[in-house]
Design a binder for this molecule. Structure first.
Ligand code: ADP
Length: 250
């Protein structure tokens, strides 16, 4: 069984836009607890792949499974989000007029489908969860600050914290260090390394130094023209002639 232990399983996914194949028989799977980096030149299909996984784009053909049983191609965006796939876009979608703490509170996963309300009494367990995430996202001590006053990097971390509050089973991060300073990028790498093994994470990123930091001995997938060009450790893909050609040969 090739899907054993896979949280995400894409098989021969094709997405055609007026005959143009943004994804062309893309096959890829992510194991539970894996931190997978996805790289590839502009137009490779990275965004389209994320859109298929989150239900924003329907595949023209192919199979997309989440866990062992959930067929993503038959689910709405809402159902997929509820099933536990969380996506962080490049542009943060935090509540700027609320504090850091309130942002985390608002993002908290609720058992029933009730809207979380601010200032409702939090259980000590819920408080503990927020404290733990504040520490992870390097915002302990800043919980009473207005989110709108945070630095660019802090806003990105807050949004990662908000994703984690929802306890997603698969986290998709779209260029998490875009626009960050070197110091913020380094701290983001530390943060992701702390999440390693505890969460299943897919990171799409252009910053190769950052990818090298977080990939470590894990698998890096290189997309090109809508399918997988190469896959392996960072050292393996970096020395792959086909990869060198698509990055440098144009
Ligand atoms: P990446 O994120 O790797 O830069 P994209 O997934 O955004 O790549 O795009 C892959 C290809 O599909 C590109 O050539 C892009 O122009 C094309 N594409 C993406 N979305 C659409 C769309 N809605 N309609 C037509 N073409 C699209």
């Amino acid at each position: 069984d090739t899907t054993h232990g896979a949280i995400l399983y894409l098989e021969e996914i094709t997405v055609s836009f007026d005959g143009f194949r943004a994804l062309n028989k893309l096959s890829l799977d992510i194991s539970v607890g894996e931190l997978r980096c996805i790289i590839g030149p502009n137009g490779a299909g990275k965004t389209t792949m994320m859109d298929v996984i989150t239900g924003k784009t329907r595949p023209t053909s192919g199979t997309a499974f989440f866990g062992q049983t959930m067929d993503l191609s038959r689910m709405t965006e809402y159902q997929i989000a509820h099933a536990g796939i969380g996506r962080k876009f490049q542009r943060p979608t935090i509540f700027e007029q609320h504090t850091v703490f309130e942002n985390l509170e608002l993002a908290m996963k609720t058992d029933k489908r009730v809207r979380p309300t601010l200032f409702a009494r939090l259980s000590s367990e819920q408080h503990g969860k927020i404290d733990e995430i504040l520490k992870l996202i390097r915002l302990s001590g800043s919980e009473r600050r207005l989110a709108g006053l945070l630095s660019h990097g802090q806003k990105q971390w807050l949004e990662i914290g908000m994703l984690l509050m929802q306890e997603p089973q698969l986290i998709l991060l779209d260029e998490p260090v875009a626009g960050m300073s070197d110091a913020e990028t380094a701290r983001t790498a530390e943060l992701l390394n702390e999440l390693r093994g505890k969460h299943s994470i897919m990171v799409v990123e252009h910053d190769m130094a950052f990818v090298t930091e977080i990939a470590q001995q894990g698998v890096v997938t290189v997309l090109h023209e809508g399918s997988v060009l190469a896959q392996g450790t960072m050292a393996q893909v970096q020395s792959d002639e086909r990869v060198i050609e698509v990055y440098l040969g144009r």
